[in-house]
Design a binder for this molecule. Structure first.
Ligand SMILES: Nc1ncnc2c1ncn2[C@@H]1O[C@H](COP(=O)(O)OP(=O)(O)OP(=O)(O)O)[C@@H](O)[C@H]1O
Ligand SMILES: [Mg+2]
Length: 431
C-alpha cells in the first residue's frame, strides 16, 4: 500500500497539529484505496478498514489538545481568503469536519463559527432547511469539543408526546405515574458531562419550554415524581428548521429561551444556494453508495448529470444523497433520467429517453425513403429540443443562446413539436 511504503511521510512532528491533519488525510486515502482493492478478499478488506478506522480515531484523540490552542489563537483575514484557503486553514488547525463537504462561503462561515464555539460550553442553535446538515454540524461541534469522549445524546423534541416529554428529558421515579414501574434516567442525566442535542427544538410545546429554561438556568433537573434536584452538566446544541425569531413573535416560542439557546447561532444554507457543491456531493455519495451496495460506482449520462446539477433539492443534501443511492441501486452501468424518482423526473423524460428502437418504430411506418428520412429528422429534432429544455430547466431564452438560434425560431420549433417549456421547469419553480 502506497501510504505504508512511505513511512517518513506519515511521521507526525511532535506537537504539530498540521502533521495530525496530514495523518488523518492519509488514513482517509488508505481507507478509500483499501475499499477498492482488487487483490484482497472482502473479509480482509473489512478487517483492514476497521483497523484504519480505529487508527484514525486514535489520531483524532491525540490531536484534540492542539486543536483547542490553535482554534483559540487563529484569527485569519477570512473575508480576503479564497474558499480553498479557508478550508485548508480549518484542516491545518485540525478541525474535524469529516463528511462535511463544500467550499461555499456560507458553509465555511458556519464551520468557522463551529470551530470557535466547539471548545467552549456555550449553547449553540443551528437552523436551516430540512436536510441541510444540522445534525451533522451538531456532531462536528461535539467531536471538536472538550467533551468529545463523553456522551452525545440526541433528542427529537418533535417526536415525544406532550405527556411523556418531562419524563423523557428528566426521567422519573418509580410510581410517578401509571406505567412507571422503575426509576428511570432522562436524557439530560444520560448526557451528563457530555452534549445533549435538542433536535427540532421549535416543536417543543410551551410547557416543555418552561421546564427546559429552568434547567438552563439552574443546571439541575428533577425526575418526575421526585423533589430531589440532580445537578447536570451538559452542553446544549439545539436545531430547528423553523425561523425561531418568527415563532417568538407569534408567541409559539419563548423569547427568553430563544436567547438562552442561541448564544452562538449558526445558519446552514440550502443546497440550491451552494450549487457549486453538487458535483462534489454526487461524487462523494456515488462512492459511498457503491461501497454500501458493494458494487462499482455507477456512471451518469450527461443529461442526468445536468439535471442533478440544476435541480432545486427541496430536501437538500439528504434528498441528493437519497437520489444517488436510488440510482446506484437501480441502474446497471450507466444511469439516466429514467432512474430518477417519478416525482422529480422531468415530465417529458420518457420522450427524451427515446432509444434507437423507438426511433425505428417511427421510421417503420414510412412508405418511402424520403418519408423515412423526414420522420427520422423530425424525431431527432424533437429529442434534441427536449434534451436542451431539460438542460436549461425550461428557459427558452437560454436554449436559444445555447443553440445560437433566434429565440422566435426556437419558439416556432417548440410549437411545431407541441413542446411546452413550462413542462421542463422544476417542480418548485412552477408552484
Ligand atoms: N455538507 C455536507 N457534506 C456531506 N454530507 C452532508 C452535508 N450536510 C449534510 N449532509 C448529509 O445529508 C444528510 C442530512 O443531514 P442532517 O441529518 O444533518 O440534516 P438536518 O438538517 O438535520 O435535516 P432535518 O432538518 O430533516 O433533520 C445526512 O446524511 C448528512 O450526512
Ligand atoms: Mg436533523
Amino acid at each position: 500500500m502506497k501510504i505504508l511504503d512511505q513511512p517518513e511521510d506519515i511521521t507526525p512532528q511532535p506537537g504539530s497539529a498540521i502533521s495530525y491533519a496530514g495523518l488523518i488525510e492519509k488514513i482517509e486515502i488508505l481507507r478509500s484505496t483499501l475499499r477498492w482493492s482488487s487483490k484482497l478478499e472482502r473479509p480482509e478488506i473489512e478487517k483492514l478498514l476497521k483497523q484504519a478506522s480505529s487508527l484514525r480515531d486514535e489520531v483524532m484523540q491525540l490531536s484534540h489538545k492542539e486543536r483547542f490552542v490553535q482554534a483559540a489563537t487563529a484569527e485569519p483575514k477570512r473575508v480576503d481568503q479564497t474558499p480553498g484557503a479557508r478550508r485548508q486553514g480549518l484542516l491545518e488547525r485540525s478541525f474535524i469536519f469529516e463528511g462535511t463537504f463544500g467550499d461555499n462561503p456560507k458553509l465555511l462561515e458556519a464551520l468557522e463559527i463551529a470551530e470557535k464555539a466547539a471548545p467552549t460550553d456555550l449553547p449553540v442553535l443551528i437552523d436551516g432547511e430540512s436536510g441541510t446538515g444540522k445534525e451533522l454540524m451538531a456532531k462536528v461541534i461535539h467531536a471538536n469539543g472538550l467533551r468529545a469522549d463523553k456522551p452525545y445524546i440526541s433528542v427529537n423534541c418533535g417526536a415525544i408526546p406532550d405527556n411523556l416529554l418531562e419524563s423523557e428529558l428528566f426521567g422519573h421515579k418509580k410510581g410517578a405515574f401509571t406505567g412507571a414501574s422503575n426509576d428511570r434516567k432522562g436524557k439530560f442525566e444520560s448526557a451528563h458531562t457530555g452534549t445533549i442535542f435538542l433536535d427540532e427544538i421549535g416543536e417543543l410545546p410551551l410547557s416543555g419550554q418552561v421546564k427546559l429554561l429552568r434547567v438552563l438556568e439552574a443546571h439541575e433537573i428533577q425526575r418526575v415524581g421526585s423533589d430531589e434536584p440532580i445537578g447536570v452538566d451538559t452542553r446544549i446544541v439545539a436545531a430547528t428548521n423553523r425561523n425561531l425569531r418568527k415563532s417568538c413573535e407569534e408567541g409559539r416560542f419563548r423569547e427568553d429561551l430563544f436567547y438562552r439557546l442561541s448564544v452562538i447561532h449558526l445558519t446552514l444554507p440550502p443546497l440550491r444556494e451552494r450549487r457549486d457543491e453538487i458535483a462534489l456531493l454526487l461524487a462523494y455519495f456515488g462512492d459511498e453508495a457503491a461501497a454500501t451496495l458493494k458494487r462499482r460506482p455507477v456512471r451518469m449520462s450527461p443529461r442526468l448529470r445536468d439535471f442533478l446539477k440544476n435541480y432545486d433539492y427541496p430536501g437538500n443534501i439528504r434528498e441528493l444523497r437519497n437520489v444517488v443511492y436510488r440510482i446506484a441501486c437501480l441502474a446497471a452501468d450507466m444511469a439516466d433520467i429514467e432512474h430518477l424518482p417519478l416525482d422529480i423526473r422531468p415530465k417529458s423524460a420518457g420522450m427524451v429517453a427515446m432509444n434507437d428502437a423507438q426511433v425505428s418504430v417511427g421510421i417503420g411506418g414510412a412508405t418511402s425513403l424520403s418519408e423515412a428520412k423526414r420522420t427520422a429528422s423530425d424525431e431527432a429534432e424533437r429529442a434534441f429540443l427536449e434534451r436542451g429544455l431539460i438542460e436549461v430547466g425550461g428557459t427558452v431564452a437560454e436554449l436559444a443562446r445555447r443553440f445560437e438560434m433566434n429565440r422566435s425560431h426556437v419558439q416556432m420549433l417548440l410549437k411545431k413539436h407541441g413542446l411546452h417549456s413550462k413542462d421542463f421547469r422544476q417542480r418548485d419553480k412552477e408552484g
